[in-house]
Ligand binder design. Structure first.
Ligand code: WTA
Length: 630
């Protein structure tokens, strides 16, 4: 398969993609299996927004991930599944076997009432059946909505509710390090408030006991026994929904980002092959959970579309010790390794003794994703993991963009630590000032927008198109706004500086401050709270919560523990505050709006630069908060 092989070619392809985007993307689309070719490559406006790629085209993405490869690479391994326990059984699933398993499970879904267009929630551990479930949904034209297994019952029920799912696919539990984490019981709790769900399909995987509800719950392992190996793919329109994936926003509940079939497929395939410079037969390992977009695009769809061998790891980087990633790389001769800066920083902190026993000589390309990578972590990754021989691609993108937007092409684009570098062909970034004026030239700082659609762009937020318009397209007219700040340096290289809105990237996970506040406020003694981020050495950003208690509680330590438990219960352990400060009041404007700018400065311990506090309803609260800062 063709890919860019030199910087000159990148420049040429970039130019073509801007001058004639339709011809550029149509050429990428040619290699796929279509039941009917498209009528029109692109129709779009960013006002409504209404964006259609390859309309009139008919296809099924699983035929392109699976059937298309059977002749040439049927016996090649599609998925290597490394279990949590380093001595456990590794599973290797060939393309032929994966095709069969997907067809069989697609038949199970049909037997349980699933139809084209249904929304199906998947809440599973990182085992191959998770990929099989995702692909089986796509096979029959059902829309998958994967929810990260670390989310609590409340986050799960909100998501099931919002998408009006009729089926949930889960497992008894999943292994993470020394823990066996229950999933089914969380589903049971979530479903108490989700009457739309008629069936729950449960994979037997861990040792956890579960209760099965008669008429609603069935075992995957039983259902799969008596189904056919054949399941013809449902023929989908190019713009039919492929999946919904929830992402946090600065206000309210998470948004269901909608991706559609053809554009997403073409975009993840193109970006996967070019950014990582994928070679036939490479073993690719993306450490992200499938519950996040990175897992969707670069653990499942991208690698399978390219016919790669993709590695799926159920465990955690520090079990049984902090050498596990490097152990797995040697064990499976991983060629391309893609992980998050938080993982790199936390493993760096554990010391080189965990790296030394491993050769790491199979590695050719390293990737980073999800948050800015600081120079120190970049250098450590480069020297100790890549042995200065593996190019690092710092890939910038979002759930909403479907795939990588700004990144070096491995070994082709000259890299600079901390810089995502240059836009991929087809991607037209612009920086704007606060008023939305486009900043010209290099050596500028601004807010990052894109001015032209790419095939993987978000189409809508599920059930609420207005929210999609308001969040991404209304703020700066004529542009898609990312919510990130960025610098464009003298060489035209982009350095992402981070979010400019009320969401925080904690260990690479995007969390809305409003969502965390809602979870904290579930505690009966808390009347109000305000959450902001503060720089954290390992996690990138930590969570700082200012809370107001409705009566004097002297046992602050136990109150803080209870708050942490409440957040874990209502949102999940990833959203636990790192610091909790109990305050009497919050800095509010006369109209009652919390001045987060001030709280952010306090959380960062930048007390000398709080700025103007005179417009506050009660400026004295600031002094009280300053005194108690943690
Ligand atoms: C941040 C993850 C700096 C950014 C794929 C973005 C990054 C948000 C990078 C999206 C990077 C992602 N450098 N920041 N290479 N990649 N981000 O939706 O703030 O979970 O808006 O998608 O992560 O997070 P999401």
């Amino acid at each position: 398969m063709k890919r860019i092989t030199s910087f000159e070619q990148y420049e040429k392809e970039y130019k073509q993609s801007v001058e004639n985007p339709e011809a550029f993307w149509a050429e990428q689309a040619e290699q796929f299996t279509w039941h009917k070719k498209w009528d029109k490559v692109l129709e779009w406006n960013f006002d409504e927004p209404a964006i259609k790629w390859f309309s009139g085209g008919k296809l099924n993405i699983t035929e392109n991930c699976l059937d298309r490869h059977l002749e040439k690479r049927g016996d090649q391994i599609a998925i290597i599944a490394e279990p949590n326990d380093p001595n456990g059984k590794v599973r290797k699933i060939s393309y032929k076997e994966l095709h069969t398993e997907v067809c069989r499970f697609a038949n199970v879904l049909k037997n349980n009432g699933a139809k084209k267009g249904d929304r199906i929630c998947i809440y599973m551990p990182m085992v191959p059946e998770l990929a099989i479930a995702v692909l089986a949904c796509a096979r029959i034209g059902a829309i998958h909505s994967v929810v990260f297994g670390g989310f609590s019952f409340k986050s799960l029920s909100d998501r099931i509710h919002d998408a009006d799912c009729n089926i949930v696919i889960t497992a008894d539990g999943g292994f993470r390090g020394a823990k066996d984490i229950s999933l089914k019981s969380t589903v049971d709790e979530a479903l108490e408030t989700c009457p739309s769900v008629k069936k729950v399909i449960v994979l037997k995987h861990s040792k956890i006991e579960v209760t099965m509800k008669d008429g609603r719950d069935v075992w995957w392992n039983e259902e799969i026994k008596n189904v056919s190996n054949n399941c013809p793919a449902e023929i989908m329109d190019a713009e039919d929904m492929l999946f919904i994936l929830y992402t946090s926003g600065s206000t309210g509940k998470p948004k269901g980002v909608v991706h559609t079939t053809a554009g997403y497929m073409i975009f993840v395939d193109y970006t996967f092959r070019n950014v990582f410079q994928y070679n036939d037969g490479d073993v690719f390992w993306c450490t992200a959970d499938v519950g996040w977009i990175t897992g969707h695009s670069y653990l499942i769809y991208g690698p399978l579309l390219a016919g790669a061998t993709t590695l799926m790891f159920e465990g955690i980087p520090t079990y049984p010790d902090a050498g596990r990633f490097w152990n797995v790389i040697d064990k499976h001769k991983v060629n391309i390794f893609y992980t998050a800066p938080t993982a790199i920083r936390s493993l760096e902190a554990m010391g080189l003794d965990f790296v030394k026993p491993y050769k790491l000589d199979s590695l050719r390309v390293l990737g980073s994703v999800g948050e800015p990578i600081n120079e120190e972590a970049w250098n450590w990754y480069n020297e100790n993991i890549g042995k200065k021989k593996c190019p690092i691609v710092d890939t910038y993108w979002q759930t909403e963009t479907g795939g990588i937007m700004i990144s070096a092409l491995a070994g082709i684009t000259k890299t600079k630590p901390g810089f995502a570098t240059l836009p991929l062909p087809g991607i037209q970034p612009v920086l704007v000032d606060e008023k939305g004026n486009e900043l010209q030239g290099n050596g500028v700082d601004g807010r990052l927008c894109f001015k032209f659609p790419w095939p993987g762009i978000i189409r809508t937020t599920y059930g609420d198109h207005k929210r999609c318009k308001e969040t991404y397209f209304d703020i700066y007219k004529g542009y898609y706004f990312t919510g990130d700040g960025s610098r464009r340096d003298e060489d035209g290289y982009y350095r992402i500086t981070g979010r400019v809105d009320d969401v925080i990237k904690v260990s690479g996970h995007l969390l809305g401050t409003a969502e965390i506040e809602n979870a904290i406020n579930e505690h009966p003694d808390i009347v109000e709270s305000a959450v902001v981020g503060f720089p954290h050495d390992i996690k990138g950003w930590g969570i700082y919560a200012f809370v107001i208690c409705d009566h004097q509680r002297t046992d602050t330590d136990s109150l803080k523990k209870e708050i942490i438990q409440t957040v874990t219960k209502f949102m999940g352990p990833i959203a636990k505050p790192d610091k909790i400060q109990i305050v009497k009041g919050l800095p509010k404007t006369r109209s009652g709006k919390i001045m987060r700018r001030i709280l952010r400065k306090i959380a960062e311990n930048d007390l000398a630069n709080l700025g103007d506090t005179s417009t506050l309803l009660d400026p004295s609260v600031v002094d009280e908060i300053k005194e108690g800062v943690l």
